[in-house]
Design a protein around this ligand. Structure first.
Ligand SMILES: Cc1cc2nc3c(=O)[nH]c(=O)nc-3n(C[C@H](O)[C@H](O)[C@H](O)COP(=O)(O)O)c2cc1C
Length: 421
């Protein structure tokens, strides 16, 4: 569930620090990348070596060990969520008052994404009016306080102050992440790049697609919480699973195999319409002839084929219709939403409308490749999103990153997705 998510754990000086070892394991088992920042006092309760071994990452303590160009408290804020457990009375009070006297408190001050605090302390400390006042301040400012339970405490007393159990902190983390990330728990497959239709071991026919739009979609879908698979014609590193499929046939195989695992499939790759009928195992030699004829045969129309498969699949959700998929279904609860791309050099809208009807997908994203300032190889794009009822929405010229974000937001809005709670 947490594949591709970056979780920052903060540990302070309290007995319950040992329990956080289990919490790290839960996050890791769920696929998250876990980083740990501790207060110097926390190291009296749990060792750096244990935390390093469990998180498989460096453990951060001091603010002044800058190895890279970014100070650590800023680098650490690039995590999706900050879970401080146990949160000592001391650290709670410092954070509530903007005090930044160690790496953990400084990071908390600079952190703009959700912060969860799991207090753990003696009952009298918990009931102390100053502590309660500080907790009130934090709650009012959007911090998530994971209320401690009542029970036997390490100090020998019985009362409120026991840290929430790691399993429950884990569940709260999932819930908060899913509220903040609209695609959380959803799987999206995105294709990117121009396919390379091979003639022989060294030559191929391809097109001008750079794959930038598909990569921007993958990056943004991942930021919005989705579990992304990028099927690209070239290797690409990022917060997603990358499968390289160079030819249309290879891409067809991967996309069909993965189709029903997905909540959404976005076909942004420029799949060649044609490939050489015969592939030469040996490099074709230049002879005396002045011309060469290569017979091309049609490639599979992946978009059309996956739409046919999807549309004729047995109903997976009561009330849905196979032939005309109800676009108000929550994303993925039934069958994947399918989005196609079309690149046109003339009659953009008309051709895009014809294409969506012919292919049977839910949305088509149309871009004008006759313009030099957008589209192929450019970092900018301007597109029209057309749904299957032929409603048109223009996304004005913008960076491919912003266009990608808007396309994903459109998919969310058009599909009227029920966000997971
Ligand atoms: C054995 C022992 C256990 C402690 N347990 C807690 C605790 O559970 N909660 C707490 O708020 N403070 C506890 N403290 C006190 C904190 O360690 C102390 O307030 C310290 O300054 C916290 O520093 P930090 O917030 O920078 O980690 C404990 C201290 C000792 C010696």
């Amino acid at each position: 569930m947490l594949k591709g998510k970056n979780i920052l754990i903060g540990i302070t000086g309290g007995i319950a620090a040992y329990k956080v070892c289990n919490l790290i394991r839960l996050y890791k088992k769920s696929g998250a990348n876990v980083r740990v920042v501790v207060t110097p006092n926390a190291l009296n309760f749990v060792t750096k070596l244990t935390l390093q071994s469990l998180s498989q990452n460096e453990v951060y303590v001091e603010s002044f060990e800058i190895e890279e160009y970014k100070p650590e408290h800023i680098a650490l804020t690039e995590s999706d969520i900050f879970v401080i457990a146990p949160a000592s009375a001391n650290t709670i009070s410092k954070i509530a008052n903007g005090i930044c006297d160690n790496l953990l408190t400084t990071t908390a001050c600079a952190f703009s994404r959700p912060i969860l605090l799991a207090p753990a302390m003696n009952t009298n400390m918990w009931n102390n009016p100053f502590i309660q006042e500080n907790l009130f301040k934090l709650r009012n400012n959007g911090y998530h306080i994971l209320e401690p339970s009542s029970g036997f405490l390490a100090c020998g007393d019985t009362g409120v102050g026991r840290m929430m159990e790691p399993e429950d902190i884990f569940d709260k983390t999932i819930k908060i992440l899913s509220e903040k990330m609209p695609f959380f728990g959803k799987k999206i497959l995105i294709t990117a790049g121009g396919t390379k239709e091979k003639l022989d071991p060294v030559r191929y026919i391809t097109n001008c697609s750079s794959g930038k739009m598909g990569i921007a979609l993958a990056e943004n879908a991942s930021k919005m919480g989705a579990d992304v698979t990028l099927v690209s014609t070239f290797p690409q590193e990022g917060c997603y699973t990358n499968i390289v499929a160079e030819t249309a046939s290879e891409m067809e195989k991967v996309v069909k195999e993965k189709l029903f695992e997905q909540d959404c499939v976005i076909m942004a790759a420029a799949v060649a319409d044609w490939r050489a009928e015969n592939y030469s195992e040996e490099k074709m030699k230049k002879g005396e002839e002045d011309s060469l004829t290569i017979k091309l045969v049609k490639n599979p129309d992946i978009l059309k084929e996956i739409c046919e498969i999807r549309n004729s699949a047995p109903t997976r959700i009561s009330g849905s219709q196979n032939s005309s998929r109800n676009s108000t279904l929550p994303l993925g609860e039934g069958c994947p939403v399918i989005v196609g791309f079309c690149a046109e050099s003339e009659n953009l809208i008309e051709n895009a409308k014809t294409k969506i009807l012919k292919k049977g997908c839910d949305y088509i994203v149309a871009n004008d490749i006759s313009r030099k300032d957008i589209g192929f190889n450019s970092d900018k794009n301007e597109v029209y999103i057309i749904d299957k009822d032929l409603n048109i929405n223009k996304l004005e010229k913008n960076s491919k990153q912003n266009i990608a974000k808007s396309i994903l937001e459109e998919i969310l809005n058009f599909s009227k997705i029920k966000l997971i709670n």
